[in-house]
Design a protein around this ligand. Sequence first.
Ligand SMILES: [Zn+2]
Length: 73
Amino acid sequence: MNIDLVVFLACIETAAVAWGFTMWWLQRPLRKKELFLDPKHIWFCTVCTYTYINTKDDVISCCPRCGAYNKKA
Ligand SMILES: [Zn+2]
């Protein structure tokens, strides 16, 4: 077997593992965000009945649809 080919295949393998690990790492926070969306970040507008997400820990948030201010109960 040609030594250059062995080195080349080893490089490809390392790159593939690194790429796979990067993809896995990049996907982690996205999945976590979807699965663990805090109920306190889900807002319900009392004026237009629109449900929206505001991840800031505010007591009062502004509805993106009608602009009304909503307060957490
Ligand atoms: Zn609204």
